[in-house]
Ligand binder design. Sequence first.
Ligand SMILES: CC(=O)Nc1cnc2ccccc2c1
Length: 445
Amino acid sequence: LFSSAASSSTLTHGDAASTHGDADGVVDVNPPRGTRDFPPEDMRLRTWLFDQFREVSRLMAFEEVDFPVLESEALFIRKAGEEITQQLYNFEDKGGRRVVLRPEITPSLARLVIKQGKSVSLPLKWFTIGQCWRYERMTRGRRREHYQWNMDIFGVPKVRAEAELLHAIVLLFQRLGITSSDVGIRVSSRKVLQAVLNMYYIPEHLFTEVCVIVDKLGKMTREEIEKELVSTGLSSEAVQGIINVLSLKSLSKLEEVLGSGVEAVADLKKLFSFAEQYGYADWICFDASVVRGLAYYTGIVFEAFDREGKLRAICGGGRYDRLLSTFGSEDIPACGFGFGDAVIVELLKEKGLLPDMSRQIDDIVFPLDEELEGPASSIASSLRKKGRSVDLVEDKRLKWVFKHAERINASRLILVGNSEWERGMVRVKILSTREEFEVKAGELE
Ligand SMILES: CC(=O)Nc1cnc2ccccc2c1
């Protein structure tokens, strides 16, 4: 989905002195820094991907919802030091209101659930595909926007909700031709970290902060993580305890460390047994280092990764049972995931799985001279009413039309010529077989 907006091409107006644009009247044709245009070919790929998101949402019986990209800043002010809240695309509008271009979707979902209040019956299964924004100093040249598919379940406290979400993710990968040898999904629970902090009598209020720090494992060295953890006031033995547990990759080892009967272990065991029943067990693996970087997760968390380790996380999510109370409402148990539009396309390119994105049109209708433009239009109109996509072409030489027909993969070329039209006929050329014949204009379909 990357459009080649690299060159700083500029558009010169006919009248260089045009009023809008820069001093010398030229307009920069590139979109704002960190954003993309979607010219037709890129848009066909994006539409194809979003159609896959929609089809999986339909299979899972989720309902589509939507929200403004613009939200109150208050929805995203959190104190846990997450990267996403330190890069808010925020500003003050002309009414003096603090607003943001949303960096994520979940808070908007929570807002709507609260707003709908008593009028919705639980469980709710909602999905949306929406653009999200961040404002980064351009030092890193990264994108400032991307599109995310979000699937969320409200009102199901047990891990069968997470099992449903994982099924949606696996269904999506399978639809794209990705297998469990290409991609895995690391699964853990924040209750693992909670249990460790309890073992070291660490106060509850440090939990979220520790999660955000630990999420940087893999992006920062172990020493840096330890330093950050110590700076929150943790004892060095607590830090060692955390680091050790986070390196665990087997549930039985985890049970040895945390003891049996710990909720985290029970949840994960149940989830892995559900995975067997769904038939996606070979897609998931326990990995205690998965915590995800969002402050509000409270339970199971997961992220999909490419097994070659070349790319960033493909998608991720988890349980967030306490988010609504941070907005002053009664809590409703919830879990969900976000699936971005960028990494998945890089993966498809890597695996040679990008679909053929060429155009396809049913018919080209072409009047062979000017006074036949009227009849050509009536033919185009009747074909379109029958559901045929018609490209009505005029003011072109026949040679161009044949080239154009190939370029847009037209199935038929319908030529409206004088000699045929006088007899109420048109000439039809089937472009795949080259066969050509005359048809009564009224019998075209
Ligand atoms: C790979 C990519 O484009 N990431 C990306 C791009 N824009 C964002 C904007 C908001 C939040 C996360 C974002 C993440």
